[in-house]
Design a protein. Structure first.
Length: 269
C-alpha cells in the first residue's frame, strides 16, 4: 500500500497482526512505476492494479513493523515538529503585525511555548523509560552538538541506525551524493530523497556541530578551504556525522572527549 499521511496505519497494523507481509511504499515510486508502464491516468482501479504490479515485480523489502511504543514516540516527535512550525510562523507574523494584533500573537506564542515544554518532557520520559532507547540516547547525545531533538528523531524514525553500513544508512536518510553522469557528461553530485524528518533534524544538529564539535568543525573548514560551497560542505558534514553516530550505536560506544572517534577510524564502518 502507499503511504497516505497516516490513513494507512490501521490497515497496515491489522495486516501485520494477522500474519500478512505488508509494506508501505513511497507514493512517488509507485507513480513513477505507473508512468513507466504507460499508465498516465489515475483512478482507484488503476492505482490498485499498479500497486499489485509494483508488489509482484519490484518486491519491496518487508521491514519489521513498529511496535506501539515506537508509534507513540513517532506521534510525539511529529507533534513537536508541527508546534515548532506553528510557533515559527507566528514569530514571523509578529515582526510585521499591526499593533492591534500583536498582543494576540504574543499570547499564542506563549501558549505554544508552554505546550512545547510539556511535549518535550513527555518525549524525554518516553525515551528514558525504555531501556534500549535510553542506552542509545546516551550514546547519541554524548556527541558534541547532538541533543535530545536529534536523538528522538533517530530513535523514532531511523530504527536501522547501527544495523546498516555507512553507505546504506546515508542513502536511507538521503545524504548520499547521487551521480548524474551520461557518456562524457559529468554532472554535479546531488542528494535527494530519503527520510525528510531525520534529514531536517540532522541538518540543524550539523549546524551546531560545525561550531562546537572538533572533528566536524575541522572537516567543514577543510572542505571550505578546498573551495566547496558552504551548503555542499555542510551536507558532507551531515553524512560524516551520521556515519559517526551509526558506528557508535553499532559498537555501543559513547563519545570520549579525550579520545574522540576520528574519521579515519570510521572509514570501514
Amino acid at each position: 500500500m502507499e503511504a497516505t499521511g497516516g490513513l494507512e496505519i490501521l490497515l497496515y497494523s491489522s495486516l501485520v497482526a494477522a500474519g500478512f507481509a505488508a509494506v508501505v511504499v513511497n507514493p512517488r515510486q509507485v507513480r513513477d512505476f505507473a508512468k513507466a508502464l504507460g499508465k498516465l491516468a489515475k483512478t482507484d482501479a488503476i492505482d490498485a492494479w499498479v500497486l499489485a504490479r509494483f508488489g509482484a515485480l519490484i518486491r519491496p523489502e518487508v521491514r519489521p513493523a513498529k511496535d506501539e511504543q515506537t508509534r507513540e514516540l513517532v506521534a510525539l516527535v511529529t507533534r513537536r515538529r508541527q508546534l515548532l512550525s506553528r510557533r515559527t510562523a507566528e514569530k514571523t507574523r509578529l515582526k510585521q503585525a499591526a499593533k492591534w494584533t500583536r498582543k494576540d500573537i504574543k499570547s499564542l506564542i506563549k501558549v505554544l511555548d508552554t505546550r512545547l515544554i510539556k511535549l518535550e518532557k513527555e518525549i524525554s520520559e518516553h525515551v528514558q523509560n525504555t531501556p534500549g532507547w535510553r542506552e542509545k540516547d546516551q550514546i547519541i547525545t554524548s556527541v558534541p552538538g547532538a541533543g535530545p531533538n536529534l536523538s528522538s528523531h533517530l530513535l523514532a524514525c531511523l530504527p536501522e541506525l547501527g544495523r546498516l553500513n555507512r553507505h546504506q544508512i546515508a542513502a536511507l536518510v538521503g545524504v548520499a551524493p547521487l551521480n548524474r553522469d551520461s557518456g562524457k557528461f559529468r554532472g554535479s553530485r546531488i542528494v535527494w530523497g530519503g527520510r525528510a524528518q531525520v534529514r531536517s533534524a540532522l541538518y540543524m544538529t550539523t549546524l551546531s556541530a560545525s561550531q562546537c564539535n572538533p572533528g566536524i568543525k575541522l572537516f567543514y573548514q577543510r572542505l571550505i578551504k578546498k573551495g566547496k560551497k558552504p551548503k555542499v560542505a555542510l551536507t558532507a558534514c551531515m553524512r560524516k556525522l551520521l556515519t559517526i553516530l551509526n558506528a557508535m550505536v553499532k559498537n555501543n560506544t559513547v563519545w570520549n572527549i579525550n579520545h574522540p572517534l576520528t574519521f579515519d577510524s570510521l572509514h570501514g564502518c
